[in-house]
Each structure stands twice: as C-alpha cells, then as structure tokens.
Design a protein around this ligand. Structure first.
Ligand SMILES: Nc1ncnc2c1ncn2[C@@H]1O[C@H](COP(=O)(O)OP(=O)(O)OP(=O)(O)O)[C@@H](O)[C@H]1O
Ligand SMILES: [Mg+2]
Length: 295
C-alpha cells in the first residue's frame, strides 16, 4: 500500500501516485528484446556507481511508453510518470503547493513523480523530456549524476534517492532536431536507445494480441491484414506504420462493424457480446477515415 503522505523536515507532504498499466494477460509486449536488454543493463547498479539513466528516442506511436510499462512490470517497481510540456516548471519537477481541502491547513505540499520515485525506490519516467525548458530541467542535473539528490526550495529539504531508484526518459526524435535538450541534461541521459518501427510480422502480432476477435476464422483476418498493408503502401509508400496507427485502424474497423449492427435507434457504447465479423468494406472505410487524403 502506498501512503498518501510522508513526513519530511517535520512537514506532512503528499506523494504522487504511481501508474499501474491495465494490460491484459493476452496483450503481451511483442518484440523489443534488444531495447529491453539495453535498458535493464543500464539499470544495473555497481558499487559506488549509480544506475545509468537511458533516453528512449523514437517517432510517435512506436511504443516507447509501452516499453517502459513492461520494464516496470519485469522489475516489479512502482512507476511514476511525469508528462513533459512547455509549461512544466522546476517546482513541478520537485515539489509544488496547492490549496488544501483540509480546513485546518491552507496549503498542501505535493511531491513530484520524480521526488516520489526517489523516496520510494521506484522508476521515474519523464515522457517527452525534449519539451521541457532548460530552466525546468535544472533540478535534474544532481539527480542524474552520482549525487543522486534533489533540492526542494519550497520544502527547504534535500531528497536523497533510495537505492532502488531508477530513471528513464523518452522523446520524439523530431524534438531533438532543434537541439532542445541542453547539453547538461543530454550528456547525463545515457545510453540513448533508438526505438524504431516494428517489423511487419511484429505489427501483425500486435494487432492480433490486442484484438483476439480477429483470430477467428484466421484466413479472413489474414486477408484483412494483408489488405491493410496494401492500402498502406499505396497511400504512404515506404514509410512504415506505427503500432498506434495500426491499432487505431483495426479498432475503428471493429467499431464500424458494431455500429452498423446496432439495433435502429440504439446508442451502442460497448462492443456487443456476439459481434458480427468485419469484412473488407469496414477495413477500407476505416482506412479512408484515418489515413485517406483529404479531397
Ligand atoms: N511492442 C509492442 N507490443 C504490443 N503493443 C505495442 C507495442 N508497441 C506499441 N504497442 C502499442 O501501441 C500503442 C502506441 O504505443 P505507445 O503509446 O507506447 O507509443 P509512444 O512511442 O509512447 O508514442 P508517443 O511518442 O506518441 O508518446 C499502445 O497501445 C501500445 O500498447
Ligand atoms: Mg509516449
């Protein structure tokens, strides 16, 4: 059980809450063995040499978050996520204050996902780190090198990382092109691990695991999947689809089947217990809606 608050420097401080991905047993991670090994190797703690802090770099929807969720599962650690954007401040990275719901107090201190992971020995994942401004990133410098502490001006406290603490960040390749990650952070985020596009066989497997409904009967789903690849090639040429693109396409295709089969006048918000099978029409309509050129 994760406590809601802890005492720091005689102040009662709220903790961030970890993220627990709701992954079905059938929906296993496909591939990514090399990337997983690279991260786990970076996270081996040597005596007097702390874990390295890897940076995942890859295009939108290729599976960076998914890889981190899986690593949290393998290592059985709590996962604390901080979503990067332009308005994140240095306080958001350490400790913030908010108006309290408690009539006895005016303000509550709230520890960031980073500070909470450091105290609890969990994983801190900063997503889209390339979007943070250099000023906001400043407190990270002492966390990522061997000092492993975080200073909070608000609390007047130095938070030292628990031995179990591990760090990882992710960014879209295009956010790095403009050189948005300052050198003092970039040089501490090592190794850089490229997360590329899965192969066609892996993409097919991702779709089948997410939508077990496509399995039966197999020849029909094989035909739908190969038609998808044909449409994709015609529309996008050599640019590969991401797992997200493909999951959205097959998800929308199934939605179109279910919406079509709904009794007249009924609003359908959940898939029916005995759904109809999809056919090419549904696949092509979903493809046009998601990826077709605007006329
Ligand atoms: N190897 C994989 N096995 C199974 N599912 C995957 C895999 N890779 C990605 N997915 C699924 O594809 C979708 C998109 O992945 P994810 O959100 O992790 O991408 P991302 O790289 O973090 O994207 P963004 O840059 O937009 O944040 C998710 O539903 C994820 O579960
Ligand atoms: Mg992501």
């Amino acid at each position: 059980m994760i406590p809601a608050t802890v005492k720091l420097n005689s102040k009662s401080v709220f903790l961030s809450q970890p993220y627990q991905p709701a992954l079905a047993d059938t929906d296993e991670l496909v591939g990514r063995l090399d990337e997983s090994r690279d991260v786990l190797a970076a996270w081996v703690a040597q005596p007097r040499f702390p874990r390295l802090c890897p940076l995942l770099v890859g295009d939108a929807g290729v599976g960076k978050n998914r890889l981190v969720y899986e690593l949290a599962r393998y290592t059985d650690k709590e996962l604390y996520i901080l979503q990067g954007h332009e308005d994140v401040t240095a306080e958001d990275l350490t400790c913030a204050v908010r108006f309290s719901d408690d009539a006895e107090r005016k303000m509550d201190y709230v520890l960031s996902p980073l500070a909470t992971a450091m105290l609890r020995g969990g994983i801190c994942f900063i997503d889209e780190i390339g979007k943070l401004r250099p000023r906001a990133l400043a407190p990270l410098a002492s966390v990522l090198d061997e000092r492993r502490y975080l200073d909070s001006v608000l609390l007047g406290e130095r938070i030292h990382a628990h031995r179990g603490f591990a760090f990882i960040a992710a960014t879209n390749g295009s956010d790095l092109v403009g050189g948005t990650l300052p050198e003092f952070i970039g040089s501490r985020l090592r190794p850089v691990i490229e997360v590329g596009y899965p192969s066609r066989a892996e993409i097919d497997e991702i779709v089948r695991r997410r939508f077990p409904r496509l399995e039966r009967p197999a020849p029909a789903s094989d035909r739908l999947i190969s038609r998808f690849w044909q449409l994709w090639r015609d529309e996008r040429g050599d640019q590969p689809p991401s797992p997200r693109d493909t999951l959205y396409l097959f998800g929308l295709m199934l939605n179109l089947v279910d919406a079509e089969g709904a009794p007249p006048g009924e609003v359908l918000l959940e898939a029916p217990a005995a759904p109809a099978p999809p056919d090419m029409r549904h696949l092509e309509a979903a493809f046009r809606r998601l990826f077709g050129r605007k006329e």
